[in-house]
Ligand binder design. Structure first.
Ligand code: N01
Length: 534
């Protein structure tokens, strides 16, 4: 097809959770739709993040598509928290069952997407030489998909092997018996270190900032629960939409200030025993009241001392410089106890930063660590990385990230002024990384469908939010985030304007349930806030 320009109504970029559902949904609705995916397989982040120990941090029963009963019942998860290979198998099962591959080009990366205002179309080019025209462009490229590449001095000199968790080889990596360093201790680094510690000759866990880590309590999946849920999966989805995070967890117990210290402790122990993310929403005021947050933070810190023998290591592992929940809570399956093993050392990089990589290892300010393998778990160019990579441009030559450089601006976290017909699934100012991506993608694709449907009914060729609507939505998002402790702590969810230092919390912070209600209210019956033009 090289040399020809193909025409589609909708082009979808990315074939992860959002892309698979979008390809299915738009085909089902009768659109001519085509998808492009850079990897040779479907799965998105679950294709690339094939590192040892990779596992979902919310329960598999909820971490599933819930729009179709047969699809839901046709799959049985083996564990309460599924591991990456099983999630990838699941996404392949869905892609096969929904027959999305007929409209999908794998191993094909979008290199540019230019809006042409005369034609009201995007002209999309790929690294395989394809040129495609599309009326609507749906970016299902994810928020945490473009890795933060290691830029340590001397990396080119390293004579051992090095890997990134976010782009792990699809073939097995042999680290058994070897000296390994894992750099970075977010969700990826913690999971990788826990697994690598089982067989490495020696493992150096290189930590700059300790995270709060709470147990998943993984176990085989509960068949009774699956049976119960699968009989009413659409209801289960609606129930998930009505929760703050897009999946059903034990609800908060109310305000922490209304309980005695003994009662709070007892409640926290119960949630700790339940496992997973529920500790994050124990008390309704722990995200805004620093004293209540201190109670929860201190509770988790006390658990470090219960699991790790060496007091110096305990002190280094305890997060003290920020409140719990202001950075992503890490859910583990046996992380802290690895530090009681003789083959594991914690290297605290706060006062001892990496100076360079050498031919044989890692040189920090105070010491040198000889290693055979380095694993970089440095995180992602969050939110805008993958969008920038696809090089989406409006008629003025701007990329979305150019427009957001001063402050993030979207309408409903889905569209931006000056970028007609462009949809960014799970984008900034939507619940994005705070929500279950299966439910949010389901919700967003269905919303895109409604907006396109409305445009077609109005015989419009172009839909775009107004500046006013965008401003109103942005102000609303900022107001919600204003009292939250998490706004004040630097991490990938906070945008700091480099010109005046103003801070913006990037996800919509009011919860999934409130987001859904807000979207309904903002749109009204007539899709207010959008301009539909022919
Ligand atoms: O990345 P991160 P991640 N020198 O950004 C350190 C999702 N996820 O891939 O904290 C030294 O959290 C950095 O240090 P610091 C989940 O949403 C989910 O682990 O900045 N260190 C930090 O320790 C998660 O939040 C799962 O001081 C450097 C680490 O690298 C998100 O993805 C599994 C450094 C990066 O942590 C990202 O998690 C995995 C440097 N130059 C990921 N640069 C599930 O469980 C960075 N660091 C589903």
């Amino acid at each position: 097809m090289n040399g020809q320009v193909e025409e589609y109504s909708v082009v979808v970029v990315g074939a992860g959770m959002g892309g698979i559902y979008a390809l299915h949904r738009f085909a089902e609705l009768g659109h001519s739709v085509h998808g492009f995916e850079g990897a040779p397989g479907v799965g998105g982040v679950w294709y690339h993040n094939a590192y040892p120990g990779a596992r979902v941090d919310l329960e598999s029963d909820s971490y599933s598509y819930m729009f179709d009963e047969e699809l839901y019942t046709g799959w049985d998860w083996s564990e309460r928290y599924a591991a990456q290979p099983e999630i990838l198998r699941y996404l392949n099962y869905v892609a096969d069952r929904l027959d999305v591959r007929r409209n999908l080009s794998l191993s094909t990366r979008v290199t540019s997407a230019q809006w042409n205002p005369e034609e009201n179309r995007y002209l999309i080019k790929t690294d395989t030489g394809r040129t495609v025209r599309a009326r609507y462009l749906v970016m299902a490229t994810g928020n945490l998909s473009r890795p933060k590449d290691p830029d340590f001095k001397g990396l080119g000199d390293f004579e051992g092997e090095w890997y990134q968790t976010s782009h792990w080889p699809q073939t097995p990596v042999d680290y058994a018996g070897k000296r390994v360093a894992v750099i970075g201790t977010g969700s990826s680094g913690v999971q990788a270190a826990t697994e690598i510690a089982k067989t490495a000759g020696h493992l150096y866990v290189m930590q700059r900032t300790p995270h709060y880590v709470v147990p998943a309590h993984n176990r085989p999946a509960d068949p009774v629960k699956k049976e119960r849920l699968s009989r009413k999966v659409l209801e289960f989805r609606d129930e998930s939409y009505a929760t703050p995070v897009g999946y059903v967890l034990p609800p908060p117990v109310g305000r922490g200030v209304d309980y005695s210290p003994e009662q709070r402790l007892q409640i926290l122990e119960t949630r700790w025993a339940f496992g997973g993310q529920c500790l994050l929403s124990t008390f309704t005021d722990q995200g805004t009241n620093i004293e209540i947050n201190d109670v929860v933070s201190q509770f988790v810190r006390s658990k470090v001392a219960q699991q790790v023998d060496d007091p110096q290591t305990v002190a280094k592992l305890m997060p003290t410089s920020y409140p719990l929940g202001t950075r992503r809570l890490v859910i583990d399956t046996g992380y802290y106890p690895i530090f009681n093993q003789d083959n594991v050392s914690l290297v605290d990089m706060r006062d001892n930063p990496i100076e360079r990589i050498t031919a044989t290892g890692i040189k920090t300010r105070e010491a040198e660590y000889e290693v055979d393998v380095i694993v970089f778990a440095l995180g992602f160019e969050a939110f805008t990385g993958a969008l920038d990579q696809a090089n989406v441009r409006n008629e003025h030559g701007q990329q979305p990230s150019d427009r957001w450089a001063y402050k993030p601006q979207t309408y409903l976290g889905l569209m931006s002024n000056a970028f007609p017909n462009l949809f960014t699934l799970t984008g900034i100012q939507s619940p994005s990384v705070l929500a279950n991506f299966f439910t949010l993608n389901n919700y967003h694709v269905d919303l895109v469908d409604k907006i396109i449907g409305y445009a077609e009914e109005a015989r419009a060729e172009r839909v775009e939010p107004t500046l006013d609507a965008e401003k109103k939505w942005g102000d609303h998002c900022n107001e919600i985030a204003e009292p939250m402790l998490r706004r004040a702590v630097d991490n990938y969810m906070v945008h700091v304007n480099r010109y005046d230092g103003s801070r913006f919390f990037l996800p919509y912070a009011g919860g999934f349930d409130r987001y859904v209600a807000d979207v309904d209210e903002y749109l009204g019956e007539k899709y207010e806030g959008f301009e539909f033009t022919s």
